[in-house]
Design a binder for this molecule. Structure first.
Ligand code: AKG
Ligand code: FE2
Length: 242
């Protein structure tokens, strides 16, 4: 959280031999939705970013979060849902504990599962709670935003996580963003500072407030359960949401 590390990789955080079973169970139980702004990238769950500037979508997001969390745990009956396990372990490790982000006293959804189909990718982008929920008082004092991804399947080729140690100021980032699309043109950036090809079972933590991208997927889908982890300072709890 002090900013010295760009990413941390923990192999076999989830037992790789159990991944196919979990991915199948998730797909059986839940509806797989397309990402609105990215072709071929599918998801199980609704990200908070979808509620940006839309009260009705935010209401739906918050209303469905408790049931969604319960269902994810039930589907993952082979073992603990890996995002829960991570939050609980962080709770024990972090002096001020680790909680799910609350909005008006209500629990956020956490555990969005991204399914990158053949040909999909994520352009360089920065994730920001302050941008997604500009009205949230809690978002104003956030100091940094990490992403945690637990990889449940990998592509035949591609799907490399690319990280830059740069963070563009919000106005500059907005100005460079593709109109109506997601992320910025990779041509406008230099080569990434780190590249990680995730293996099944890996947990990778990185600073999602900084520029990051996923290279084009080839072949089988790449699947990852994810969470954002907000850092509000050393004396504050870590907060998880998707
Ligand atoms: O799937 C990945 O490796 C990273 C996806 C991403 O953009 C994020 O977790 O913020
Ligand atoms: Fe991201």
């Amino acid at each position: 959280m002090g900013g010295q590390l760009l990413a941390l990789r923990i192999p076999h955080y989830f037992p790789p031999e159990r991944s196919p079973e979990l991915v199948e169970a998730l797909k059986r139980r839940f509806k797989v939705n397309a990402y609105e702004r990215a072709t071929n990238l599918n998801r199980i769950g609704t990200p908070f970013v979808n509620a940006r500037g839309n009260e009705a979508v935010r209401e739906l997001y918050l209303a469905s979060a408790p049931d969604f969390l319960r269902e994810l745990r039930a589907v993952c009956n082979v073992c603990a849902w890996p995002i829960d396990r991570l939050r609980l372990e962080m709770d024990e490790l972090w002096p001020a504990g680790s909680v799910t982000l609350k909005i008006d006293g209500r629990t956020c959804f956490v555990g969005l599962t991204r399914i990158f189909e053949n040909g999909s990718f994520a352009r360089p982008h920065q994730d920001s709670l302050r941008r997604d929920g500009p009205d949230l008082i809690i978002a104003r004092s956030i100091k940094d935003q990490l992403a945690a991804n637990i990889y449940l399947d990998k592509a035949d080729a591609g799907g490399v996580l690319q990280l830059w140690s740069r963070r563009l100021p919000d106005d500059e980032y907005e100005a460079m963003k593709q109109a109506g699309g997601h992320g910025i043109d990779p041509e406008s950036l230099g080569a990434p500072d780190a590249q990680i090809a995730p293996e099944v079972g890996d947990l990778i933590l990185f600073r999602s407030s900084h520029l990051h991208a996923v290279s084009k997927i080839e072949g089988r889908p790449r699947v990852a359960a994810s969470a954002f982890i907000g850092y509000w300072g050393a004396q504050e709890p870590l907060r998880f949401w998707s």
